[in-house]
Design a protein around this ligand. Structure first.
Ligand SMILES: [Zn+2]
Length: 160
């Protein structure tokens, strides 16, 4: 919690059952298995080592079907962001001022993940004052277990 944190309409921890959830397919299932263990891993080609995201069966660089999951540092920078405005789904309208950010990973700036910047792993979706969002701001990953069991990566400012 920071002094600049804006008032929220719903900041009860764990009350995220109404938010949209990722749907894991066969290629992406390992990503979610690792996040549940508190690890951010990105699919890498087992032959040419290129990282790729989103997960898929074939390497776009060398056409190999071999893959492994490489552990990331969990650090990156805000590459872009949006502050969604109405009309919104009801669950999101109840969290005014929430953000969606695109993070470029420190080890692989070509790899960009969409997520939310929050004040703490289990903080409300709108726990960061929108005025704090800056392109290029260093961020680090945190993991938030949703009520349904899936664990989503979220992002915290390196300098809160
Ligand atoms: Zn390859």
């Amino acid at each position: 919690m920071t002094p600049s944190m804006k008032a929220t309409t719903d900041n009860r921890p764990g009350n995220d059952a109404d938010l949209l959830l990722p749907v894991a397919d066969d290629d992406g299932a390992p990503f979610w298995e690792y996040t549940a263990r508190g690890e951010l891993r990105i699919q890498a080609c087992a032959d040419c080592e290129e990282l790729r995201f989103p997960p898929r069966p074939c390497c776009p660089h060398c056409q190999s079907f071999g893959a492994r999951w490489q552990k990331m540092s969990g650090r990156g920078r805000i590459w872009s962001y949006v502050l969604p405005h109405p009309p919104l789904l009801p669950a999101y309208a109840a969290r005014p001022g929430y953000n969606a950010i695109i993070v470029e990973l420190a080890e692989a700036p070509r790899i960009r993940l969409v997520g939310n910047l929050v004040a703490a792993a289990d903080a409300a979706l709108n726990s960061v004052d929108p005025a704090r969002l800056r392109i290029g701001a260093p961020v680090k990953v945190a993991f938030h277990a949703m009520p349904t069991g899936v664990t989503v990566p979220r992002w915290l400012l390196e300098r809160p």
